[in-house]
Design a protein. Structure first.
Length: 78
């Protein structure tokens, strides 16, 4: 599961970088989806590191992700 997740995120990252380097106008929805996939991958990696080490430093990215979701959902809905 982790290997396939890394492959998908790698493909998404390459697509995002190609679009960025070619200065193609990315629609907002596509931009949010691409960055969301990359951010969710990072959150999952940091959560696994936290479970292994129990160091609270690794909780910064998951907590930040939750804060972004809490503020972004009402913004996108209204």
């Amino acid at each position: 599961m982790a290997k396939s997740r890394r492959i998908v995120v790698g493909i998404v990252s390459v697509i995002f970088l190609i679009l960025l380097i070619m200065k193609i106008d990315i629609p907002r929805n596509a931009f949010l989806v691409l960055l969301g996939i990359i951010l969710i991958n990072q959150v999952m990696d940091e959560w696994n590191r936290y479970r292994d080490t129990k160091k609270k430093l690794h909780l910064i990215i998951p907590i930040t992700f939750l804060a972004i979701i809490i503020f972004a959902i009402p913004y996108l809905l209204f």
